[in-house]
Design a protein around this ligand. Sequence first.
Ligand SMILES: CC(C)[C@H](C(=O)O)[C@@H](O)C(=O)O
Ligand code: SF4
Length: 404
Amino acid sequence: MSTLSERILGAGAGAYVDRTVDRAYVHDGTGLLARAAWTEIGSGVFTDPDRRYLIFDHIVPANTSTTADLQQEMREFAAMTGMHFFEVGAGVCHQVMAEGRALPGEVIVGADSHSCTLGAFGAFATGVGATDMAGIWATGGTWFRVPETTGIFLEGTLSGAASAKDVALAYVGALGMDGATYRALEFVGDGAASLSMADRLTLCNMAVETGAKAGIFYADRTTRDYLAGFGIAAEPQVPHAGGYPDEIAIDLEDVVPLLALPPRVDTVCPVAEKEGLPVDQVFLGTCTGGRYEDLAAFAALVRGKQVAVRTVVVPASRAVLMQAVSTGVLADLVAAGCAVATPGCGPCLGAHMGVLGEGEVCLSTANRNFKNRMGVGGEIYLASPMTAAATALVGAITSPEEFL
Ligand SMILES: CC(C)[C@H](C(=O)O)[C@@H](O)C(=O)O
Ligand code: SF4
């Protein structure tokens, strides 16, 4: 049995294939560039608008008049093409797509590097550049080189203070930032089966941080039940039976709360090693760590207490925010002193809503911590929502184990 990438793309690793793209999405940033490239193609053809999406998430609401003007142009472009349009407040594109707009077996591309997030559904999902996106809009398809696959065997179950984000940091640390360049990561084994959809999305999200083209879980009962919640019927996929040319194993029982130290996402150590390091800001959000489960895990630790440092919370989508409202999680966060902002990317890319000053330190649930990412001279430690909560309560890096 072939790997899932090979099955979906219809050829063995190393082959070049032309494929129809089932779904394609852009955001306010890359959408603009794709529109310029599409206009240059000049055919005027925009394929399959019902399977094309424009999701405003990177700078929402607009931070300057220039941004506002450009966003207005993109609204007009969406209306002209007839593609699905998601206004300010809908959420991060990957999360919006994960809410019933990504199915097992599909070829999904997004003009954003973290489009690999949607491999959590057993889809072949990957990021493309804006020019490639323009070509997809014009022709309906694109070419791929079928990737070789690295197997990530997960055993056991998560417990205590360990979470999917810690597993993500563990595998990124093990593979390194170029350890899986142009490969697909397939998450398999009993441990993989034990993880929720939220966990799987977090694990697939960080695949690109190892250079990978895709991160994939095989659709199973968990996938089927999740999609049934959106009125979608989906069948489980039969996992790859053979081995992989390259593989690593992680026992979930052994995973402890981890940190990625600035400025590299693959410099990973236990939170315990940096315990006590003061932070200026905590950020809970993004396509990695801004789902409802993340907000709920954070709220469970801060409920009835006060954060000791400024804490910015950005729900990954409107649906996440609504769930946090209806369960009381949002009230817990606000009562604890957190500042809650519009669903979207928030300060993740350093554009607005929590940019760091020179020498400031942020503990973030995001996926990237390179130099100047959240502001010139700022330093970013990446960790799980639970570690973020413990750190927010103390005002210094703290392991969540101390609050369980
Ligand atoms: C702005 C966008 C192109 C970028 C990406 O593709 O990843 C952003 O989302 C990021 O996380 O750095
Ligand atoms: S939340 Fe951050 S990592 Fe995710 S798409 Fe937005 S900017 Fe990129």
